[in-house]
Design a protein around this ligand. Structure first.
Ligand code: SR1
Ligand code: MG
Length: 423
C-alpha cells in the first residue's frame, strides 16, 4: 500500500511543482507550470490562501495549517478542518445551488482545497467599509441561510442521512471549541488573549463583565449552541466569509461547519451588518455615510424578511423529514396546525438570533478576533466611541431578546444608540 505523503505547508515557490500534477487544476489554468504565477493572499485568522494564475485561467488553493495562523504554533489546530470545509461546501452547493465557489479538487492529507477563483468579487466586509451598497446581498443571503439551514435539518432530510451527517460533523470539535470559548465565554472575563480599545473602553468593559444578566444569558446561548443540533451550520457566517459583486454573492470558508441551532448563522450574519452600521461613523471623514447606514439597516431587515419567506415556503413545500410530519397536519386537513408550528419555530429562531447577534458583537470588540470594520478606524477615540455604541446595542439584544418583537424595533434601537453616541 502506498504511504500517504505527510503534510507540508505550501509556499509560493513550491506550489507549482507540488500541484502541477493535479489534472483538475492543470485543466483549469494551463499545463505549463513554468508560466504559473502564484500569490499568497490569505488575510484570515487560520489558513493559507493562494491565487494561482496560468495561461488558461486561475484558481484558488486554500490550505489549512496545523496551528492558528493569527496566534502561531503555540495554538495547534487540526488539519481536519479542511475536510469539514470540503464536505460543507458540497452540501451548501446542493442545498443552495450557485451560492459557493466551485470545487475542483480536495486533498485530505495535505488539507487543501482547489476551488474557483472568484473575480471580480471582493470580500463583503471590505466593500461595506468602503461604503459600497451591494444591491443583492439581502436577497442572496436570506435565500442562502433559509435553504442551507432548512435543507440540512430534520424538517427536510431523511433521518438516517441527517444522523450520519450529524456524526460526521460532530468530530469538528476544536473549531466548535474556538466558537464556544471566543464567542460565548472569553469576552465576559479577562481571558489572556482578549484585547479592547484601552483605556477608552475600560469602564464599559468592566461593567459588561460584571453584568450578571448578560453573563447568564450568554451562557444560555452557549448551551443552545452546544446542545441544539438542529441543522448543518456554516458556523462562521460573518461578512469576511462572503464575496460579492453588484450582481452576485458567494459564501466561502465553512470550516466551522457543524450541527447547531438555525438561529446561530442568521444571528451572526445580522450582527455583522449591525457592526458595520456602528462603524460607519469612523469611515465618514471624506463623505457622509448617512445613506450607507440606512442601507445597512435595510439590509438587515430585508435579509431577515427573505429568510422568513423562503423558510416558510420550504416548510410548506419540502417538509419531508421526520419533524412536524404532514401526516399530523396537512394530510388530515389541518394545514393551520402546520402554520401554527411554523410561527412558533420562527418565533424561537427570532429570539435566539438576537442573542447570538449580541454576543457576536461583543466578541469582535472584547475578544481575540476583532474585525476590520472597527480596527481600520485610525482615530482611537472615534473607534472607541463607535465600539462603545455597538457594545451597548449588543448588551440590549442579549438581555432583552424576549422583549424585542420586530426587526424594525432593533433597527430603531440601533439608530437611537448610534445617534446618542455622537459627540
Ligand atoms: C482563532 S480563530 C478566530 C476567529 O477566526 C475565525 O474566522 C472565526 O471567526 C474565529 O472565531
Ligand atoms: Mg474564515
Amino acid at each position: 500500500m502506498m504511504e500517504a505523503a505527510s503534510f507540508e505547508a505550501l509556499t509560493v515557490e513550491s506550489l507549482p511543482l507540488r500541484l502541477g500534477g493535479i489534472e483538475a487544476l492543470a485543466l483549469r489554468i494551463g499545463k505549463d507550470i513554468s508560466s504559473w504565477k502564484v500569490r499568497e493572499v490569505g488575510d484570515g485568522n487560520l489558513n493559507l490562501v493562494f491565487i494561482v494564475e496560468g495561461s488558461d485561467g486561475a484558481a484558488v488553493v486554500k490550505q489549512a495549517l496545523p496551528y492558528v495562523r493569527l496566534v502561531g504554533d503555540s495554538w495547534p489546530l487540526p488539519l481536519k478542518r479542511s475536510f469539514f470545509e470540503y464536505h460543507a461546501l458540497i452540501r451548501q452547493e446542493a442545498r443552495a445551488p450557485g451560492s459557493v465557489p466551485e470545487i475542483f479538487h480536495f486533498d485530505e492529507g495535505q488539507a487543501l482545497i482547489v476551488m474557483e477563483y472568484l473575480t471580480p468579487h471582493i470580500i463583503l466586509r471590505k466593500a461595506l467599509i468602503a461604503g459600497r451598497e451591494l444591491p443583492r446581498i439581502a436577497e442572496d443571503l436570506g435565500l442562502f441561510t433559509a435553504r442551507t439551514l432548512f435543507r440540512g435539518s430534520d424538517f427536510h432530510m431523511a433521518t438516517r442521512e441527517r444522523k450520519a451527517d450529524l456524526a460526521l460533523f460532530a468530530d469538528n470539535v476544536e473549531l466548535c471549541g474556538i466558537t464556544e470559548d471566543l464567542v460565548f465565554t472569553d469576552p465576559y472575563f479577562e481571558a489572556p488573549l482578549n484585547r479592547h480599545t484601552s483605556p477608552q473602553l475600560d469602564g464599559l468593559v468592566a461593567e459588561l463583565r460584571a453584568d450578571r444578566d448578560l453573563k447568564v444569558e450568554a451562557q444560555r446561548l452557549k448551551h443552545l449552541f452546544a446542545a441544539k443540533a438542529e441543522t448543518l451550520l456554516h458556523g462562521d457566517l460573518h461578512t469576511g466569509s462572503i464575496m460579492v459583486t453588484d450582481e452576485e454573492t458567494r459564501v466561502i470558508d465553512p470550516e466551522f461547519a457543524f450541527y447547531g441551532p438555525i438561529a446561530f448563522d442568521v444571528g451572526m450574519l445580522l450582527a455583522n451588518f449591525w457592526m458595520s452600521f456602528f462603524s460607519q461613523r469612523g469611515h465618514e471623514q471624506e463623505e457622509s455615510r448617512h445613506s450607507m447606514r440606512d442601507y445597512l439597516l435595510r439590509t438587515a431587515a430585508e435579509t431577515w424578511s427573505v429568510f422568513r419567506t423562503e423558510f416558510s415556503r420550504l416548510w410548506r413545500t419540502e417538509r419531508t423529514g421526520m419533524l412536524y410530519h404532514r401526516s399530523l397536519f396537512e394530510d388530515r386537513g389541518d394545514a393551520l396546525g402546520a402554520e401554527q408550528a411554523l410561527d412558533q419555530l420562527l418565533h424561537d429562531i427570532w429570539r435566539d438570533l438576537l442573542g447570538f447577534a449580541g454576543v457576536e458583537v461583543h466578541r469582535r470588540i472584547l475578544g481575540l478576533a476583532h474585525n476590520a470594520d472597527f480596527e481600520t478606524i485610525e482615530d482611537v477615540d472615534l473607534r472607541a466611541s463607535c465600539e462603545a455604541a455597538a457594545l451597548k446595542f449588543g448588551r440590549h439584544l442579549v438581555v432583552n431578546s424576549r422583549r424585542i418583537h420586530s426587526i424594525d424595533e432593533v433597527n430603531a434601537l440601533a439608530a437611537l444608540i448610534e445617534k446618542e453616541s455622537r459627540p
